[in-house]
Design a protein around this ligand. Structure first.
Ligand code: ZN
Ligand code: ZN
Ligand code: ZN
Ligand code: ZN
Length: 380
């Protein structure tokens, strides 16, 4: 039987109660902040983390802890997604563009983590500042938490991924603290938890999707119209209101749009309608995970990748669907701006079917961005 879909939800992570759980030792799934790297070898460096469009460093978007049962080499396994901060890089659907995805895995017995699961309680003492180094010693950029091979020319201690983040940290305070530590003291000024380059941080909580009515996915265009019509029926309206943002989502589509949707019985409408229904069932979902099982749900019939558009892994194996990022994530990222914004309909991640690779590498995987078609936008 194909595995069911699991949904990811964003939960507030900040504060002394929760942030500790987002550190590497707890194998988190999370949005924003700095990456909680899994393996310490083979991290993607500054060149690998550059935006494919503007060449500037990508920011950490999210990571999913997704071990593979029955695979001792993937006892721990995490997928990392990075995204450009520049709104102009988000024009158009298609492969990669402003995104980068990496996969890393470790066996249960490894050099970095104990074999037993981490404790459920917070560690004693105040929450530590973001790590400036991996436990093995490699320096991380003070701004983005990615490998930092470049260091401040004055103090020779503060590490950066490149000139952009060195300049940003200088403006933000390193100018004053640089060289303030006496010779022999190897410490650098504590790394501020947040900065304007990082996306806001949330924990991702995973839950199985509730099963639906059996023939929900076989609505024919005739039923489609009914489905739209009934959303105006007072009883269902009540239900929608009771579910909070599901109601808002549908209500904020103006009547004209609803009419247009009902009249045009096209494939396009059907696909978007299906998407809306899946979203309405769990309006806060930011992730849909189902490795190798049920495929992604699309926001549009346009710009869906064909098999030939998804390149095989370097090992020669096909890539299969693993998870998709939903547009609801945008509501948590504080990326709205008056002009152009960071935006997507959905982002679909495909990974090596063989799950190749060893413990000492971060392998790049494939991501596809699909935009809404004209007139079909899920309001936030
Ligand atoms: Zn860019
Ligand atoms: Zn950096
Ligand atoms: Zn310095
Ligand atoms: Zn492979």
């Amino acid at each position: 039987m194909a595995p069911g879909v699991e949904l990811g939800f964003a939960a507030a992570a900040a504060g002394p109660g929760g942030a500790w759980r987002l550190r590497s030792a707890y194998f988190p799934s999370k949005v924003g902040g700095r990456p909680a790297w899994l393996g310490e070898a083979g991290l993607p460096g500054p060149a690998a983390l550059r935006c494919g469009r503007c060449q500037r460093p990508c920011a950490f978007l999210l990571q999913l802890y997704a071990p593979l049962p029955g695979r001792s080499d993937a006892f721990h396994r995490t997928l990392f997604v990075f995204a450009c901060r520049g709104p102009a890089c988000y024009r158009g659907s298609g492969p990669r563009g402003p995104f980068r995805v990496f996969r890393n895995q470790l066996p249960r017995r490894n050099d970095t983590y104990p074999e037993e699961p981490p404790p459920e309680e917070p560690p004693p003492g105040p929450a530590p500042a973001p790590p400036g180094r991996l436990s093995g010693g490699a320096a991380l950029c003070r701004v983005c938490g990615c490998p930092g091979p470049r260091c401040c020319g004055r103090c020779r201690r503060a590490a950066y991924c490149g000139p952009e983040h060195q300049a940003l940290d200088w403006r933000r305070g390193h100018r004053r603290s640089c060289g303030q530590h006496p010779a022999g003291d190897d410490s650098v000024d504590a790394i501020p938890e947040h900065n304007e380059f990082l996306f806001p941080e949330y924990e991702i909580l995973i839950e199985p999707e509730e099963p639906e009515f059996p023939d929900d996915s076989t609505i024919d265009p005739g039923d489609e119209q009914v489905a739209v019509e009934t959303s105006k029926d007072p009883k269902e309206q009540e239900e929608l209101e009771a579910t909070g943002s599901a109601g808002e989502t549908l209500q904020s589509l103006d009547e004209e749009t609803l009419e247009a949707l009902a009249k045009r019985e096209t494939e396009e409408d059907k696909i978007f309608q299906m998407f809306k229904e899946k979203v309405a069932a769990e309006p806060e979902q930011i992730i849909r995970y189902c490795r190798g099982g049920e495929g992604p749900i699309w926001v549009s019939g346009e710009n869906r990748p064909e098999e030939k558009d998804i390149p095989n892994c370097l090992c020669g194996a096909k890539r299969i669907f693993e998870f998709q990022i939903m547009p609801q994530l945008l509501n948590y990222l504080q990326v709205d701006s008056l002009g152009e914004s960071i935006d997507w309909g959905t982002l679909v991640v495909y990974t090596c079917a063989n799950n190749c690779g060893g413990a000492h590498e971060y392998l790049e995987e494939f991501i596809w961005k699909q935009d809404y078609s004209v007139g079909h936008v899920l309001p936030s």
